[in-house]
Design a protein around this ligand. Structure first.
Ligand code: TRP
Length: 337
């Protein structure tokens, strides 16, 4: 039997999961589990690279775990990065195979360092933020992943990962690391309901994203106040706000309603309130199912946490094997105590 290809992805525990995260990444992760051997990791080491609060980090990590489980990610495919400390160990080793020059060209560092300087209040930018992409490379290479489902914003990081793997392989004289490929699946890019010119994102502020696990009333309110027409759209073109609402319907799988309302739109008879109601219903339906599932998981909090710790321990075995082999190849001591 052919072995399943391996998929790896990571997600930062930064608080609320919004519909942009869900439709743009997590929903796809759930589906990939059918076809691939998947490891998904909540990257708490990465979350330390920006100014942060330790108590919140721990809370957000578990909250994200519960959210991911509620959306259909299977416990056995899920681990917490800091429960697999070999990520950090491999990161150090890979640092020594990473070109400093390439790291200085990472565009995400440019954005995030400006953000860090602002958030910290004293201009602080950590070296961890600079080394962030090397830790990401370690996440991927440690499991010998074949594919990484990513958006365009992470392409440069994956390219760097391949460069590090290649340099490592050349230096040790062995095709040890697999060069991972991006997996660009068709995902829908949801935009902010308050400013549909921009991607839905937490960093824009509360008005701009719809929390998947939010209260029904809040979801409805946010959809109702979504920007539709600002009057700047040329005649005959659909405004970005209306387009985004149709996109949400499509993402939610409501194709019949989508078709119907689109026909009405084309006939010039669409009332935005009808479109908004349809979108709100669709999002509430998804949210309600997830929230019910989350309540069940929360009722067994301790067992669920233990399950994730056990899954992390199981996944860790693969990481340990890689690190042992890497230590062997790089001249480090490799003794099992
Ligand atoms: N850098 C990714 C992001 O900001 C998160 C991440 C960390 C990741 N490690 C990863 C993504 C490994 C894919 C593979 O979204």
């Amino acid at each position: 039997m052919e072995q399943k290809k391996r998929v790896l992805s990571g997600i930062q525990p930064t608080g609320d999961m919004h519909f942009g995260n869900y439709f743009g990444a997590v929903k796809n992760w759930v589906e990939l589990q059918e076809k691939y051997d998947c490891v998904y990791t909540v990257v708490d080491y990465h979350a330390m690279t920006m100014p942060y609060n330790p108590k919140k980090l721990r809370e957000n990590t578990w909250d994200l775990i519960f959210n991911l489980l509620s959306t259909g990610i299977r416990a056995e495919n899920l681990c917490i990065q800091s429960l697999v400390p070999e990520h950090a160990e491999l990161c150090w080793i890979l640092n020594c195979f990473t070109s400093y020059g390439l790291l200085t060209r990472m565009t995400q560092f440019k954005d995030k360092s400006a953000q860090s300087a602002e958030d910290s209040g004293d201009g602080f930018i950590s070296a961890g933020l600079f080394g962030y992409p090397v830790l990401q490379a370690a996440d991927i290479l440690i499991y010998r992943a074949d594919y990484v489902p990513i958006g365009k914003d992470q392409e440069q990081h994956l390219e760097l990962t391949r460069n590090i793997a290649q340099r490592f392989n050349n230096q040790v004289g062995k095709e040890y690391f697999i060069l991972p490929e991006p997996l660009f699946t068709k995902v829908l890019k949801v935009r902010s309901t308050a400013d549909p010119e921009r991607k839905m994102s937490k960093s824009l502020g509360e008005k701009h994203y719809i929390n998947v696990f939010g209260e029904e009333a809040r979801i409805r309110k946010q959809v109702r106040s979504a920007v539709t027409d600002t009057g700047d759209t040329p005649a005959g073109e659909m405004s970005p706000g209306v387009e985004n609402l149709f996109l949400l319907l499509e993402a939610a799988g409501k194709m019949d309603t989508h078709k119907e309302l689109m026909a009405t739109y084309q006939a010039g008879e669409l009332k935005y309130v009808d479109l908004k109601d349809a979108v709100a219903d669709a999002l509430v339906e998804i949210s309600t199912a997830f929230r019910e599932r989350k309540a069940e998981l929360n009722a067994n909090k301790k067992e669920v946490k233990n399950q994730i710790k056990a899954a992390s321990a199981e996944i860790r075995k693969r990481a340990q094997e890689t690190v042992r082999e890497v230590k062997e190849l790089t001249g480090l001591q490799n003794v099992r105590f």
